[in-house]
Design a protein around this ligand. Structure first.
Ligand SMILES: [Zn+2]
Ligand SMILES: [Zn+2]
Length: 256
C-alpha cells in the first residue's frame, strides 16, 4: 500500500494544504487539498473519494474535481455518510455555487453518492473500508482501509478524545490521527473535537491497553501556525511511549 499525502493541515497557504491523501494513486481520502496537487490525468485515475465529515477543509475540492471529471466524461464516486452527501448536495453542488453534477448529464450523472453506514464494511475496487464513529463537532467517521495483502491503516479524520470504543473495532498497522493544536489549547480542542499531543498520548495508551500493541503513528490535520509547538509536543509523546511519531507533510510518501 502506497500513501501519498497531498494535504496535511487544517488550512491553506503557500506551504500548507487541507487534509487529503491518496492510496495507490486511485483511492482519495478527503478532498481538502485534492485538485491542486494532482494533474488532470492523475485526477482521472482516482476511482473513489471517501469523506469523513462535511466540514469545508475536508470537502472543498469536490466541486472542482467534479468539474474536471465532467469535462472528461468520467464518474466520480463519493463514499460518505448520508448527512455529508446531503450537505454537498445542498451547499456546494446546488446549482448556485456550482452545477448539480449529481444530476448531469441526465441519466449518467458525473457525481455518484455512495452512502456509508458506521460499522458496515464496503468494498471499493480492491480496498475494504470500515467506517467507525469518532468524536467531532460534526457527525464524523474515521476509516479503516485494508488492501488485499493484509495491510490496514486507520485514519481518524477530525476527532477529539475518548476513542476507546473506536479502538475496539480496528487493528491497523498505521494510525493517521488528528493532532490539530499544541498542548496549551486543550480547552479549545476538547470543545471543537480535536487532539493535542498530550491528549494523543492518552489515546495511544488506551489503544495499547485495549489492543496490546501500538501501530505506527502519523499526526495529521496540523494547524500550520502552531506547527513548531505541536512537533515539540509530539517528540515528547514519542519519548514517553518509546515510539517514533511522524508528522505528516505535503508530499510525504508512506509505504506499507
Ligand atoms: Zn471538522
Ligand atoms: Zn478539519
Amino acid at each position: 500500500m502506497n500513501i501519498r499525502i497531498l494535504g496535511a493541515h487544517n488550512s491553506e497557504s503557500s506551504s500548507s494544504s487541507c487534509v487529503t491523501f491518496i492510496i495507490d494513486d486511485k483511492l482519495a481520502v478527503e478532498a481538502g487539498g485534492l485538485t491542486a496537487h494532482l494533474s488532470i490525468s492523475e485526477q482521472r485515475d482516482i476511482e473513489a473519494v471517501i469523506l469523513t465529515h462535511h466540514h469545508m477543509d475536508h470537502v472543498r475540492d469536490i466541486p472542482t474535481m467534479a468539474y474536471n471529471f465532467y469535462n472528461a466524461g468520467v464518474h466520480l464516486n463519493i463514499y460518505a455518510m448520508a448527512v455529508v452527501n446531503e450537505v454537498i448536495r445542498t451547499h456546494l453542488l446546488n446549482a448556485l455555487i456550482y452545477p448539480e453534477f449529481q444530476k448531469i448529464p441526465e441519466g449518467q450523472p458525473i457525481v455518484r453518492f455512495m452512502p456509508v453506514e458506521p460499522y458496515e464494511e464496503q468494498w471499493i475496487n480492491g480496498f475494504t473500508i470500515l467506517p467507525v464513529p469518532v468524536r467531532h463537532a460534526a457527525a464524523s467517521v474515521g476509516y479503516q482501509i485494508s488492501d488485499t495483502h493484509g495491510i490496514a491503516i486507520f485514519y481518524t479524520g477530525d476527532t477529539g478524545p475518548d476513542l476507546a470504543e473506536c479502538w475496539r473495532h480496528i487493528s491497523p498497522q498505521l494510525l493517521m490521527i488528528d493532532v490539530t493544536m499544541p498542548d496549551g489549547h486543550e480547552d479549545f480542542v476538547v470543545k471543537t473535537g480535536h487532539l493535542t499531543p498530550r491528549l494523543l498520548e492518552r489515546e495511544l495508551i488506551s489503544f495499547r491497553d485495549i489492543k496490546g500493541y501500538l501501530p505506527r503513528v502519523v499526526a495529521i490535520h496540523i494547524d500550520a501556525s502552531h506547527e513548531t509547538e505541536i512537533r515539540e509536543g509530539l517528540a515528547l509523546v514519542g519519548e514517553h511511549l518509546s515510539i517514533p511519531i511522524d508528522v505528516a507533510y505535503e508530499g510525504m510518501l508512506l509505504e506499507l
